[in-house]
Ligand binder design. Structure first.
Ligand code: GCU
Length: 344
């Protein structure tokens, strides 16, 4: 029997406990078979994501699971748990490592916390646009051994997709130049690099999980946050921070991570199917992505958001030292040089 989502959601505050109680979703469970027949070999994988049901990646990954089930005759299917139901990204990543969750979508900064070399793809200015980013993060000739570097922790990075070009949004007044961020507490993802990024941009960084941002904005714990438009509206941040400024300071990547042992337990044939369906998922996601930005802008404007274009060159200049400060070894330097070269 498929477990009701509500049980996991109710327990999500203590995700480890919840999963200990519910572990076994990857066990053989005939009722989970897409065909409903008792094959004895069907496995339903749990995928953790922090986005809402209507966010493009959640939609594309749900379709991924359905196609995977059809193409493997029900041997493998995926249950997508949106809205941090299985924990925020840092927890979800740990749970994939533990094998309590099978798959998760995590943003680059989370991986940087486990291996500093991932930092290269989290740097402002490394990608000029989404297409450049997609070409880099999905090119094994560039990523080299990076995606296998966490396998001693049972985490395989499977591939990535754009989470979009980010702007800064605040509750009060438009941000036009770095000095406008002076004294402002801006939420960032939980890494030193993101903290430093906001400091260089002129603000004070407050690291916190994605799902906490709405309440923090609403209560005034923070003055603003930074993200791409689809996250801004699907998380309803537009209700509590009406000034969105196109600082265009960073393009973030979302990665699919999978438990390494689990991947190894798949037959070669099923691994191939998984790969092919993932490639289709990337295409489907990208086909939705541009429209989701347009829709987000329209929705935000209709509810009173004021979009502004600030002095983007001033922000780029403020951020220029970050790459040199951050890159400390040859692996990172090569990733950086190859990524930049791919955009030329
Ligand atoms: C984007 C990204 C998420 C990330 C979030 C954040 O929405 O897609 O993976 O968690 O930004 O700022 O935390």
């Amino acid at each position: 029997m498929r477990r009701p989502t509500i049980i996991l959601a109710a327990l999500a505050g203590s995700a480890t406990l919840a999963l200990a109680a519910c572990s076994g979703a990857t066990e053989s469970d005939p009722a989970d078979s897409a065909s409903g027949e008792s094959s004895g070999e069907s496995q339903t994988l749990r995928l953790a994501i922090n986005q809402t049901e209507d966010y493009p990646s959640t939609i594309a990954l749900t379709a991924f699971g359905e196609r995977l089930a059809a193409a493997t005759d029900g041997r493998w299917s995926i249950d997508v748990f949106p809205n941090e139901q299985l924990g925020a990204q840092a927890e979800a990543l740990q749970l994939v490592s533990d094998g309590a969750v099978d798959l998760a979508i995590v943003a680059g900064p989370q991986l940087e916390n486990l291996n500093k070399d991932f930092v290269v793809f989290n740097l402002p200015g490394v990608f000029k646009d989404d297409a450049h980013e997609m070409a880099v993060v999905n090119d094994p000739a560039i990523t080299g051994d990076l995606y296998k570097s966490l396998e001693d922790q049972q985490i395989t990075v499977y591939g990535g997709f754009t989470a979009g070009m980010r702007g800064v949004y605040t509750a009060e007044g438009p941000i036009m130049v770095p000095a406008d961020l002076d004294g402002m507490k801006i939420r960032v993802q939980e890494t030193d690099t993101m903290v430093r990024m906001i400091e260089l941009m002129g603000g004070k960084a407050t690291p916190m999980a994605f799902g906490e941002v709405y309440t923090a904005l609403q209560s005034g714990v923070i003055d603003g946050a930074e993200n791409a438009e689809p996250s801004y509206t699907t998380q309803k941040h537009n209700e509590v921070a009406k000034y969105y400024s196109y600082t265009n300071h960073l393009i973030n990547t979302d990665y699919l991570v999978i438990n390494t042992e689990l991947m190894a337990s798949m037959s070669a044939e099923d691994q191939e199917i998984f790969r092919a369906e993932w490639e289709t998922t990337l295409e489907e996601y990208m086909a939705m992505w541009g429209q989701s930005i347009d829709d987000a802008i329209a929705e935000a404007e209709a509810t009173g958001t004021i979009f502004t274009i600030p002095d983007q060159a001033a922000f780029a200049e403020a951020l220029a030292p970050l790459a040199a400060e951050t890159i400390t070894n040859d692996v990172q330097q090569k990733l950086y040089d190859d990524a930049i070269a791919a955009g030329k």
